[in-house]
Design a protein around this ligand. Structure first.
Ligand code: NAD
Length: 496
């Protein structure tokens, strides 16, 4: 059995860790590795190495940083399939989806390759007689990222390319459920020429996370994961004086108006609800149909849901793979049961699905539940599985009210041909990322990603300009070189 180690100070190491956690292949249900769980002393070693590395990296030229970023970009690009295979074997998602995940992460690396342009400061000539002012931004120091299982390459890539490009050193604490790919990423950074200690990986559970949150040598923490943990990370991290961005869970709604192209909407909703087995923070898990749209949509959607080919992620014929663990499958099935008990109409039922040859795999089939209300548990909970709840609304105002009453505010989408209705929706909805006839509106790397309400704690979204701001702090310099005829004054300085 393989034991997955940490990557500290330029090498794979067991450190002081003795505890381990099992890593499964979700398609077969078999344990395929153990991952070490770090102790506080392992985190401390990583922080020491990162602190030493920061002395040099924080002073490195933009041209040196970008050369390494470009080299890393080439390596990730050329090893995309290998990275995707490692994701599929531990996460379960289909290989083409894993390839897409690497591609979306790579876009952030490409954004970071342009850091000299993005980091350019401001300069004001002659703010007072013979006085100029300029602003520029400098790195924070050692920063950490704590990431979820559902995008083991892309979500860390929302963070470290920008953190490193702006001169910080970065410690990644990936999910213990699919940790291997982060070790491959560490090797690629080393191959790209990144100095030792600038990028490190510490595996672990709550103990490692708490060691990060408590460590005085870590200046900032980026977190992506579920809402209760995001809230905890934000509270504890900020109480310890760190800058924290903590992205939480989601309940993403689509609204379908009667004028929508129903074939288009059903196709895209099936992909958005069942792609990656619904384990995306931007998956659509609730659809609010307006008036007659409900019956029109469901006639087509049921068929699309039944057509989804469920199987192992390595099988090119599969549209959708298993969910990540047996516990996740059992929880999802329990939520479908509760939906049925509380009056939902199960139109397509994914419970009890068996994939021939993979009887022990963690599979749940696509599920469509109609007549769901906001009071039901299957609506209130983030299911994080291939389950689409359908709610009925009389008009667009009621649809907007339902969504705005939901505690989450990550993503949402509207399907309509009516520009005015779409505009009303975009302006009135309390959600951070909105799609108009785009069901999974994940922003490109040069825009920022982040939700509202309980989907985020902290002021900064990730990547794009927000990411650059998060990982840097501003300096404003006011300078004077001609001092001959300047008299000192005890009054507040004003321009002359
Ligand atoms: P999770 O919250 O269980 O774990 C996330 C990270 O926190 C992991 O690294 C884990 O080791 C750590 N962790 C878990 N329990 C902890 C505890 N008690 N104390 C300290 N640290 C702990 O999330 P997950 O199941 O890995 O991922 C799925 C969740 O992530 C979903 O809720 C999903 O919506 C969310 N997510 C959100 C976004 C977003 O952009 N908002 C993106 C991806 C995933």
């Amino acid at each position: 059995m393989t034991t997955i180690q940490h990557w500290i100070d330029g090498a794979a190491t067991s450190g002081d860790s003795t505890r381990t956690s099992q890593v499964f292949n979700p398609a077969t249900g078999a344990v395929q590795a153990d991952v070490l769980l770090a102790e506080a002393s392992d985190v401390d070693r990583a922080v020491q190495a990162a602190t030493v590395a920061f002395d040099e990296w924080g002073q490195s030229s933009l041209s040196r940083r970008t050369k390494i970023l470009f080299a890393f970009r080439e390596l990730v690009n050329s090893r995309q399939r290998e990275l995707a295979e490692v994701i599929t074997d531990e996460h379960g998602k289909v290989l083409s989806d894993a390839m897409g995940e690497v591609q979306r992460g790579l876009e952030v690396v490409e954004f970071a390759c342009g850091i000299p342009q993005v980091l350019k400061g401001d300069y004001s000539d002659q703010v007072s007689t013979d006085v100029d002012s300029y602003t520029f931004r400098q790195p924070l120091g050692v920063v950490a990222g704590i990431t979820p299982f559902n995008f083991p390459v892309m979500v860390p890539m929302w963070m470290y390319p920008i953190a490193i490009a702006t001169g910080n050193t970065f410690i990644l604490k990936p999910s213990e459920r699919d940790p291997s790919v982060s070790m491959l990423i560490a090797e690629l950074w080393a191959e790209a020429g990144l100095p030792t200690g600038v990028f490190q990986v510490v595996h672990g559970d709550k103990s490692a996370v708490d060691a990060i949150l408590n460590h005085p040598g870590i200046a900032a923490v980026s977190f992506v994961g579920s809402t209760p943990i995001a809230s905890y990370i934000h509270q504890r991290g900020t109480a310890n004086g760190k800058r924290v961005q903590a992205l939480g869970g989601a309940k993403n709604h689509a609204v379908v108006l009667p004028d929508a192209d129903m074939e288009f909407a059903a196709n895209h909703l099936a992909a958005a609800a069942f792609g990656s087995a619904g384990e995306r923070c931007m998956a659509i898990s609730a659809t609010v149909t307006v008036g007659p749209a409900g019956d029109m949509l469901l006639d087509i959607l049921d068929k699309k849901a039944r057509e989804v080919r469920v199987g192992p992620g390595r099988n090119a014929e599969s549209d959708m793979g298993p969910v990540v663990t047996a516990a996740a499958r059992d929880r999802i099935v329990g939520l479908i049961d509760s939906g049925e008990r509380e009056g939902g109409e199960i139109r397509v039922d994914g419970r009890g699905l068996v994939v021939p040859g993979h009887e022990e795999g963690f599979f749940v089939g696509p599920t469509v539940i109609d007549q769901v209300t906001p009071q039901m548990e299957v609506y209130r909970e983030e299911v994080f599985g291939p389950v689409l709840s359908v709610l009925r609304a009389k008009n667009i105002d009621e649809a907007i009210s339902i969504i705005n009453a939901n505690p989450y505010g990550n993503g949402t989408a509207i399907f309509t041909e009516h520009g005015g209705a779409a505009r009303k929706f975009v302006r009135g909805i309390n959600v951070g990322m909105i799609g108009v006839n785009v069901p999974v509106p994940v922003p490109m790397a040069f825009h920022s990603f982040g939700g509202w309400k309980s989907s985020i704690f902290g002021d900064h979204h990730v990547h794009g300009a927000e990411g650059v701001r998060f990982y840097t702090q501003a300096k404003v310099v006011t300078q004077r070189w001609a001092t001959d005829d300047v008299t000192a004054s005890f009054d507040m300085p004003t321009a002359r």
